[in-house]
Each structure stands twice: as C-alpha cells, then as structure tokens.
Design a protein around this ligand. Sequence first.
Ligand code: MG
Ligand code: MG
Length: 258
Amino acid sequence: MIELKTTEDISRLRQSSLLVGKTLAEVARHIKPGIQTKDLDLIAEEFIRSNGALPAFKGYGGFPATLCISVNDEVVHGFPSKRVLKDGDIVSVDCGTILDGFYGDSAYTFAVGEISEEVQNLLTRTKESLYLGIEKAVAGNRLGDIGYAIQTYTESFGYGVVRDLVGHGIGKRLHEKPEVPNYGKRGTGMILQEGMVICIEPMINLGKKSIVQEADGWTIRTSDRKPSAHFEHEIAIGKDKADILSSFEEIEKVLNKN
Ligand code: MG
Ligand code: MG
C-alpha cells in the first residue's frame, strides 16, 4: 500500500526539502578546483544541524557521511573523501535531511571549473529530463508515464539510462513505496494519486547504461568509465500539476553569481 500524505505532512516535507536545497546552495559556494570532497560534507553537516535538522544519510544502512558525492564516472552513493576536485570534473551531490521527523531528499550535479560542451549537455539534458518526468507526475497518470518521459528524452541523445537504481516514495522514512524508475512504458504501472510524495531522480550516463559497484560496497560507477549525471527533486503528486517540494532556486542563485 502507498501511504497518502495529508496537507500538513506535505507542508512538513516541503520544509525539509527546502532545507536540502539551501544546504546544496551552501555546498555550491565551495565547489571549485582544489577542494576536498570531505570538506563539502562537513559544510553540509554543520549547515543542516545548525538549522535544527539531522543529516538523513548519515548512518543510513551504514552510510558514513552527510552527502553522497559522486565524481565523473561515479553515478551515485560515492563517499566524501580526501579526493580533490579538479577543473573539468563534474560532481553529483545528493543530500537528505530529517526535519521534525520528515525527510527531504534532493540532488544536483555541478560543474567544477570549465567542463566540455559534451558533458555540459549531459548535465543540461539530465536536468531537463527530470522536469519532463515531473510534468507527468499528476493524478490519473501512471508511474510508467514518468519513466517513459525521462527515457525517451535522454535516449534521443544516445545516453544510457541507469536501470538498477530508481527513485522512490518518501515521507517519515527515506525510502517508501513505490519505486520510481527512470525508464518505462507509457500507460503502465501504478495509477498516481494526489497525496503521493515521491523522489524522481534520473541517473543518466554519457555512454552505456550499465554500472558496477566499487569494492567499497557503496560507490556506483559507469562500467565504461564515462561520466554520469544525477538530478533529484522531491515532489507531491497534484491534481493537475506536480507540487515540487525541493528547490534548485538557491543553488542556481549561487551558480549564476560565479
Ligand atoms: Mg537523493
Ligand atoms: Mg532519493
């Protein structure tokens, strides 16, 4: 069964999700060549705690950090480390918060310094595909409509859509039903209902769709070692239009200043 959220629940989930966006904006200020990814993690943890929330990923299933930081060919679930970001890298930063018991979860992929046009296009189109998926997240549509929108758009550029990892329901737990794949067939799958809250999070590879897990037991990377992009919003299914609970606005204010 899918747990439907009340208006009150949704407003709390929005508060938590907005804090994720602000945290990612704080991180964005520090993303530049020369910074170690573990320093970004510290900035995020301090910011979340100083706002009265908890880092949702820290300790989740044994994950050791506040942020998942995945560089270049790493798709998701990378560890913050002493790795130094360098000009031309891309870095996916995925962040979760628990505020008053409600989970926020959102991710953004950043360019470090100057990146190639080919990789910039991957970032732009992956983010566009997220919004195309969100457009389908309205009551009466089906889950497959979301995945179909993301898949057809990104595959039209020859990109690989990761199959093994998917979006998810969210609420008072980080991962709830349903699973939200970034691929699918139109008109198939569960019927979407008002009050469902889900995370849509396309993971799109410049090359092939296949992935492998690193020996650390967490980090997922592309099997062909080509870069991968990841953008995520937390949204509530609406009657005529999805309600996007997280926000990239603060992040993009920072990026546009640079
Ligand atoms: Mg996430
Ligand atoms: Mg998620």
